[in-house]
Structures are given as structure tokens and as C-alpha cells.
Design a binder for this molecule. Structure first.
Ligand code: NAP
Length: 480
């Protein structure tokens, strides 16, 4: 049994209340570990450690701070195989995906923000011949970072790295569903000599320890990634407390596929955008709008690929489609497929749970599912499913495609597939999303603003946006 501990003040510590939650391996459906069900007592220890560490970390020479972050990145790379296997087991994702995307990106997050902290400059505003203003950007202090289960170490470190780079001490909580690699990060911090108390990792349920972190008066900012309903609850809780809040929430991302696209490449990329990580990436395409003249051909090409993509044991090197993260989530995804059927949707392929043999026979596997014939108002076109389920709709004009894509409460990411330059720019300008990819998907430059509009979130992560979020700006005006 793999028993995880909290990481507080540079040491692993068992939860004071001695309470644990089961950790289930999605590919087998079996409990394989225990995660602390932490509460306010553990939080009090973490806050006290962070308070002690803050003055030293805040005042540390920037180069020295950057060196520690680079050392964390190097150690993640050094342990990448162990981390990839742990991620695949904990989350159900294909180990090849963890090897090629999740773990390298976690290392990149630390490297990127190690460099960012030495490049982060403040501004000066001269008032002709009378005064000079300059802006100081001190760290916020103690901050909370709360992340979801879909890209566990990738998103955990995407918050922690900028928070530390900006000079804050962090209380971080991974999802209780996928705690393992976050727990291993503590060992890495110990090994490279991150000062005790600078990063504290608390495990447990969102409703208990997650909410406690948000509410604690010493925690001055919360960076949250997760579902829209959770984000709304946190925003409501924190509004009267005037804490800084960054919310990266759900999406219902449209893909606009025009007849003038590069057909084969578009099929390939749109398929990946739809089903990577079992469709459990906030940026995955889930509503495909296809120009009518290529609708049937494109649909057939996608269905053929979906039939060939069969789920298998995530720990096997050849696996391309792993397990859904949990039983409740599998049930939720299946309930959307039922709702599609009841609303007149036609299931072109998939729609069923898949039973594997051997060690995975009780696992949570789902065939990639493609649905057509649903109106844009259907639940499957309006609500986030967050699984390997996509819908297809034909369109006739650019205006119709745009109207369908923008008919959503969400606004995270969109993809546009066309070789028509003006059309690509027109669409990019008119789509109500925080991110638009043209002829590509998930091509990431960590300097760019990352985040969504409307129900997809508040604020942006990435590059300077993150450094600004994790600092206060203070203007100093000097008259001379
Ligand atoms: P979730 O249920 O909202 O949970 C996210 C995190 O918040 C988890 O660590 C969770 O802990 C914690 N939490 C739950 N309730 C809380 C509360 N009341 N106070 C404080 N923390 C609380 O989301 P999820 O199911 O893990 O993740 C899937 C969602 O994340 C999807 O909607 C997806 O689109 C979104 N997402 C968005 C982005 C983005 O960048 N926009 C990226 C990835 C994922 P427990 O898990 O322990 O309950």
C-alpha cells in the first residue's frame, strides 16, 4: 500500500488527525494507496513554516533563487521515468503521454520561471523635470495553489513555479484523485535544498483542506485550476476577503474546420485535439463544426481513426488511450452519452464502457465516442463533458460557423483549420475565447497569456501575467 504524507517545513509529516482517503488506480479500479485527509491542524503547521521561511526566500538573491528552481527542473528530468510511471498509474493516462508531455512540461515550468524571475523588470514613469515614479513588485506573501487531476504534475508546477519565482511561499494542494507525483515533488525539493517551509504540499479533499487554504487569513492569493462550479464557489467565498484570485476553469472548445484546410493534417490534429488524455484536457476540442462540402469525408476519416484507437493498459509503452480518471467521472461521461441519445443524437462510434482482460478488467475504460445530429442547444454541446466524447455539426457559411462556436457560456480555447489567411485572422478576432490556435493545437509558448473568458475563468497565467499575479504592484513617487 502506497501511503502518502504531507510535505510541511521541508519534512514529510503524517496528517495530525491520522485520517486517510483511498487512492484508486483507474486502470484497475483497485485501491493502491492512501492519501492524507488533511485539515486545519495541518494547515496551521504549513502556515507557520511558510511564515518563517518567507523573509529569507523573499530576500534571497535572484540568481540564487533561480538556481534552486533550475535544480528542481533538473531533478524532475533526472527522475522523469519514475514520475511518468507514477503519473500513469495514478491518473490512468498513457505512460507515453506522461513521458513525452506531462513530466517534461513540469521541468520546463520550473526552468521557464527560473529565467523569468531574473528577467522580470519594473517600470519607471518620469514626470518631466519634477518627479519620478517607479513601481516595486514585491511578492504577495503566502499564496495557495490548487490544481486538478487531469494533468497532475504539469498543472501543479505551472502554478508553484511562478509563485516561488516571484518570491512567495506556497501552500499547494493537488487533487485528491491524483496526489502521487505532487507527493514526489517534496523529495525533489528536499534533495535540491529548497529552504524548508518555502513549499508546503497538503493533501486531501477540496471541500475540507482546499476550502481551508482558500479561507485562511494568512493566504493572500489563490491560484486555482479546476471546474467552473468550484471556481464560482471559491470566488463567492473570497469576494468579501479581497484576496487576489486567478481562476482557470472549464471549457467547451469549438474546432472550426473549413473546406480549404489541409485535409489529412487536419484530421490528424483534430483527432488528437479531441481524444488526447482521453479527452480530459481543458483545451480539448469537443464541438467540431465542419464545412458541409467536406462534412461526410471528414466524419468518415475521424470515425475510422476512432475505431482504431482502442483503450489499453496505460502502463504499457504502446498504449495510446488510457483509462478515465475515476468511476464517478466515467459515470458522468456515460450519462452525457445517454443524454445525447435521448436528445436525438446519433452515436457514430463508441458510446460504451470497454472491458479489458487481465489486471485491467475492473478499470474505467471508454471507447472514443463521436456523435452527430444534435442541436447546438443540446447538453452535449453546451456542458463540459471532459471525456473522449465529441459532437459533429455541419455549417455552410463563416458567419454560421462563428455563431455556433460563440453560442456557449464558456470561452477557453478554439481551433481554426483553414488555409485562407484572411478567414483565419477574422475568426481569431471574432471568437470569444482566450486562446485561438490556427492550424495547430496545444502548441505552447510559455510566455503567452493563458486562460479563458466568461465561464472559463478570470485572469491569465503564463509569462509575465503569472509573475504579475504573484506580486503586488506598489508605485513610489519621488518629487525632486
Ligand atoms: P475540481 O473538482 O473543480 O477540482 C479542482 C481542485 O480543486 C482539486 O484539487 C479539488 O480537490 C479542489 N477543490 C474542490 N472543491 C474545492 C473547494 N470548495 N475549495 C477549494 N478547492 C476545492 O476540478 P477537477 O474535476 O479536479 O478538474 C477538472 C476541471 O478542471 C475541468 O472542468 C477542466 O476543464 C478544468 N481544468 C481547467 C484548466 C484550465 O487551464 N482552464 C486546466 C485543467 C483543468 P479534490 O480533487 O481533492 O476535490
Amino acid at each position: 500500500m502506497d501511503i502518502i504524507a504531507n510535505f510541511i517545513d521541508g519534512q514529510y509529516q503524517v496528517p495530525i488527525n491520522q485520517q486517510y482517503l483511498d487512492n484508486i488506480e483507474p486502470a484497475t479500479g483497485k485501491v493502491y494507496g492512501q492519501t492524507p485527509d488533511s485539515d486545519n491542524q495541518d494547515l496551521a503547521l504549513a502556515i507557520s513554516a511558510a511564515k518563517q521561511a518567507l523573509p529569507v526566500w523573499q530576500k534571497m538573491d535572484l540568481e540564487q533563487r533561480a538556481d534552486v528552481l533550475i535544480a528542481i527542473a533538473d531533478e524532475i528530468e533526472h527522475r522523469s521515468e519514475e514520475l511518468a510511471l507514477a503519473e500513469a498509474r495514478d491518473n490512468g493516462k498513457a505512460v507515453s503521454l506522461a513521458r513525452n508531455i506531462d513530466i517534461p512540461r513540469a521541468a520546463s515550468n520550473f526552468k521557464f520561471f527560473a529565467h523569468a524571475c531574473s528577467q522580470f523588470a519594473s517600470e519607471a514613469h518620469a514626470m518631466a523635470g519634477s518627479a519620478i515614479n517607479y513601481t516595486l513588485r514585491p511578492p504577495v506573501g503566502i499564496v495557495g495553489c490548487i490544481s486538478p487531476w487531469n494533468l497532475p504534475l504539469y498543472l501543479f508546477t505551472w502554478k508553484i513555479a511562478p509563485a516561488l519565482a516571484a518570491g512567495n511561499c506556497v501552500i499547494a494542494k493537488p487533487s485528491e484523485v491524483t496526489p502521487k507525483t505532487a507527493a514526489l515533488l517534496g523529495e525533489i525539493c528536499q534533495k535540491v535544498g529548497l529552504p524548508p517551509g518555502v513549499l508546503n504540499i497538503l493533501h486531501g479533499s477540496g471541500a475540507k483542506i482546499g476550502q481551508a487554504i482558500c479561507q485562511h487569513p494568512q493566504v493572500k492569493a489563490i491560484s486555482f485550476t479546476g471546474g467552473t462550479a468550484t471556481g464560482a464557489a471559491i470566488a463567492q467565498l473570497l469576494a468579501p476577503k479581497f484576496k487576489k484570485l486567478s481562476l482557470e476553469l472549464g471549457g467547451k472548445n469549438p474546432a472550426l474546420i473549413f473546406a480549404d484546410c489541409d485535409f489529412d493534417n487536419t484530421v490528424e490534429q483534430v483527432f488528437r485535439a479531441s481524444f488526447a488524455n482521453q479527452g480530459q484536457i481543458c483545451l480539448c476540442a469537443s464541438r467540431l463544426y465542419i464545412e458541409r462540402s467536406i462534412y461526410d469525408k471528414f466524419k468518415q476519416a475521424l470515425v475510422k481513426k476512432a475505431i482504431a484507437l482502442t483503450p489499453s493498459d496505460p502502463l504499457k509503452a504502446e498504449c495510446q488511450m488510457g483509462a478515465i480518471v475515476s468511476k464517478p467521472h466515467l459515470d458522468k461521461v456515460l450519462s452525457y452519452i445517454d443524454s445525447a441519445k435521448s436528445q436525438g443524437g446519433k452515436i457514430l462510434t463508441g458510446g460504451q464502457q470497454v472491458k479489458l482482460n487481465g489486471r485491467c478488467q475492473q478499470g474505467y475504460f471508454l471507447q472514443p465516442t463521436i456523435i452527430e445530429n444534435l442541436p447546438n442547444s443540446a447538453r452535449c454541446n453546451q456542458e463540459e463533458i471532459f471525456g473522449p466524447v465529441i459532437t459533429l455539426q455541419p455549417f455552410d457559411t463563416d458567419q454560421e460557423a462563428l455563431a455556433l462556436a460563440n453560442d456557449s457560456q464558456y470561452g477557453l480555447a478554439a481551433t481554426v483549420w483553414t488555409n485562407h489567411l484572411a478567414r483565419a485572422h477574422d475568426m481569431a478576432e471574432s471568437l470569444n475565447t482566450g486562446i485561438v490556435w490556427v492550424n495547430c493545437w496545444l502548441l505552447r509558448d510559455l510566455r503567452t497569456p493563458f486562460g479563458g473568458m466568461n465561464h472559463s475563468g478570470l485572469g491569465r497565467e503564463g509569462g509575465l501575467e503569472a509573475m504579475r499575479f504573484f506580486t503586488e504592484s506598489k508605485n513610489v513617487c519621488v518629487k525632486y
